[in-house]
Design a protein around this ligand. Structure first.
Ligand code: NAD
Ligand code: GLY
Length: 398
């Protein structure tokens, strides 16, 4: 059940290994050539669960290791925590042959990756992701960094890992809400580039919600292959890699307008994907079936797509203007053209987004039964997708 996937691009190549029980297999690390030691970076929650297992495997593989445990949480993804990791490297007299190992979710992976990218102008990092989000997304592709008070991920570097080991067993201890949040990024790959995978997710939704080992490995493997392909084609996000931001520009606005407290990132991305698909439908670029299929899958995965009271359409649209993907001509959106196909669509103006948010704030889809409420009072100037229970396209002329 172990899968190996090669990620390569200009100047880098590494292997991603996916499967159950990998952290307890010393052979996974035997080829590391880390004679000058390893610094494992983890947080207090993940270290409690998996640090001893990893240390045992490294010891058996003959690798000397130290550990730097940082506090858990996005609020600690800061310059101060980055400095504590670098200080640890200094204290252990790390040199250019030392390896940093990131054991944890995307927060640990981004910070440890950035410490490795910057210490002595760059030493190797091995990513050992333990959340679904990190396994399907953050641990591959080389984006590293920390947040500043003025914005998320504002300081960082592209620094590809030299090895990625994804132990799917670690997902069994992941809280339900975190696991489901990761599923939003999985739906993202299916929507932007793989209709067959989308159908597979529909068929395997129950097994995936129950975290069946075989389905997990297959799902993660598909996401990693897609990300590897995009990263190989556009490592520094000059073009195609921006497709991976599907749903994210809407999500960032929602998150910033709720002070990052209302949703986990993946939960906001789920709503963002629904808003993006609905936007495409409203523009006449996709039929309602596309919106409906995505909506039904997101609901099946347990996402609550309702918008909380108190959000303002103008403030949300303005927050999108501040996004990294906006410029003076307007906002760049990733918009679906079908299940499994999306485009990078620039120059959207604020007014069209205000109107879009206004509609969704008035008639936001909620869980299951309320979905039809969205199409019960269609606004002819801004017609939403029809959400009929049999997913028929009742609005394909729009
Ligand atoms: P996270 O790292 O905060 O992990 C979520 C929670 O789960 C934390 O409390 C963590 O301690 C806990 N946890 C981790 N693994 C666990 C396990 N196996 N069992 C029990 N608990 C576990 O969050 P995340 O969603 O993994 O990552 C979000 C971060 O990733 C954000 O900072 C985001 O900017 C970044 N990110 C980076 C990229 C990239 O390409 N580099 C892509 C997407 C997101
Ligand atoms: N998470 C998006 C990217 O890596 O480009």
């Amino acid at each position: 059940m172990t899968e190996h996937i090669q990620v390569s691009g200009k100047g880098f190549a590494y292997q991603v290994t996916i499967g159950p029980g990998l952290l307890q297999q010393p052979q996974q690390f035997a080829g590391l050539q880390a004679a000058d030691g390893v610094l494992i970076v983890s947080n207090d929650v993940v270290a409690e669960l998996y640090l001893a297992t990893l240390q045992q495997s490294l010891q058996t593989a003959g690798i000397d290791c130290h550990a730097c445990i940082v506090p858990d949480g996005e609020q600690h993804k800061t310059i101060a925590t980055w400095q504590s990791i670098v200080d640890h490297l200094v204290r252990m007299q790390a040199n250019r042959k030392t390896v940093v190992m990131a054991l944890g979710g995307g927060v640990v992976g981004d910070m440890a990756g950035f410490a490795a990218a910057s210490y002595m102008r760059g030493i190797r990092v091995v990513q050992l992701p333990t959340t679904l989000l990190a396994q399907v997304d953050a641990a591959i592709g080389g984006k590293t960094g920390v947040n500043l008070p003025s914005g998320k991920n504002l300081v960082g570097a592209f620094h590809q890992p030299s090895m990625v080991v994804m132990d799917s067993d670690t997902l069994h201890t992941l809280p339900e809400r975190e696991y489901r949040a990761g599923l939003a990024e999985v739906v993202k790959y299916a929507m932007i580039m793989d209709a067959g995978f989308f159908a597979w997710l529909e068929q395997h939704a129950d097994a995936l919600l129950q975290r069946h080992a075989q389905s997990l490995t297959a799902m993660i493997g598909t996401c990693v292959r897609h990300k590897a392909e995009v990263v190989a084609a556009d490592t520094l996000e000059q073009g195609r890699r921006a497709l991976l931001n599907y749903g994210h520009t809407f999500a960032h606005a929602l998150e910033s307008q709720t002070a990052y407290t209302h949703w986990l990132h993946g939960e906001a991305v789920a709503i963002g994907m629904h808003l993006a698909a609905s936007f495409s439908h409203q523009a006449g670029d996709i039929n309602a079936e596309v919106v409906n299929r995505q909506l039904q899958l997101l609901l099946r995965f347990g996402f609550d797509l309702s918008l909380p009271a108190g959000l303002q359409a103008e403030a949300l649209a303005n927050a999108m203007l501040l996004d990294k993907k906006a410029d003076q001509r307007g906002i760049t959106l990733v918009l679906p053209r079908a299940i499994g196909a999306a485009v990078i669509s620039p120059d959207h103006d604020c007014a069209s987004l205000v109107k879009h948010f206004q509609y969704h704030l008035q008639a936001a889809p909620r869980q299951g039964a309320d979905v039809n409420a969205e199409c019960s009072q269609p606004d002819p100037s801004h017609a939403p997708p029809q959400h009929s229970s049999n997913q028929e396209d009742e609005n394909h002329d729009h």
